[in-house]
Design a binder for this molecule. Sequence first.
Ligand code: AMP
Length: 287
Amino acid sequence: MSVPIVRTVAELRTVVAGWRRSGASVAVVPTMGALHEGHLSLVRAALQQADQVIVTLFVNPKQFNSAADLAAYPRTENQDAAKLVPLGAHLLYVPDAEEMYPAGFATTVSVAAIGESLCGAFRPGHFDGVATVVAKLFLQTGADFAFFGEKDFQQLQLVRRMVKDLDIPTTVVACPTVREVDGLALSSRNVRLSPAERAIAPKLASVLVETAERLARGGPLLATLAEGRAATLAAGYREVEYLELRGEADLRPMTSVDRPARLLVAAWLGDTRLIDNVTTSPIGSTN
Ligand code: AMP
């Protein structure tokens, strides 16, 4: 058994048109490959929702702002395809960079505000690359539903904003972050961690949870965030790019937990940049 693979927009459209003729609904799960349980949880959710599920594998050069990071990104197409067989995904779409961005390609989708802060401030152009490729994947697949992980919370909210603004008829569905038993959020980048770094890595999640709890109990914002940053560095992280409290829906800065919020972090462990986030609500609120 194997999952059928298509590599061109034309082949993809032919397959989807066949499904549409029989009245099937279609979901897409965009990924950059090196599939792990986090990705597979999205595929399972998509299979519950739609008749036909397309998984896309594309390491998008436009969303990398470092050539070294792009070159080092794991590429494991055969293993990825094998992991999708037992789940029952219907199609793997694996375009190459020339198919996605043919000579003369000149259009960029840019989502202001959401795309400029947090990761956007440290990775110039990253979210323009994400928005552009996700818009293309939605238009290429014509999917009714698209599944994204809360692991990349800023990306999720950016895609939601884009879909709303551009009237794209694809419903964005969010899935919870899948974690290792020690709390570390699954990520394709985790394979780069040395054994010593891997032992330190889960501290990022535990600091997030502790900081979120303290803020929800009314802890002073700036001091509590500063303590969270200090605890991350004390655990062995090299640099904390940001640890910030933002409004859940709009990702705007907040000064206290007076409504549902997200606590988001990006930090470097050696040469690996890890991100994570947790939700937090005022104590006693029903959200
Ligand atoms: P990526 O391949 O890293 O671009 O991720 C593809 C999709 O998988 C995105 O929607 C991510 O948010 C999602 N994803 C990555 N890691 C996790 C995780 N640990 N739990 C849930 N979803 C995830």
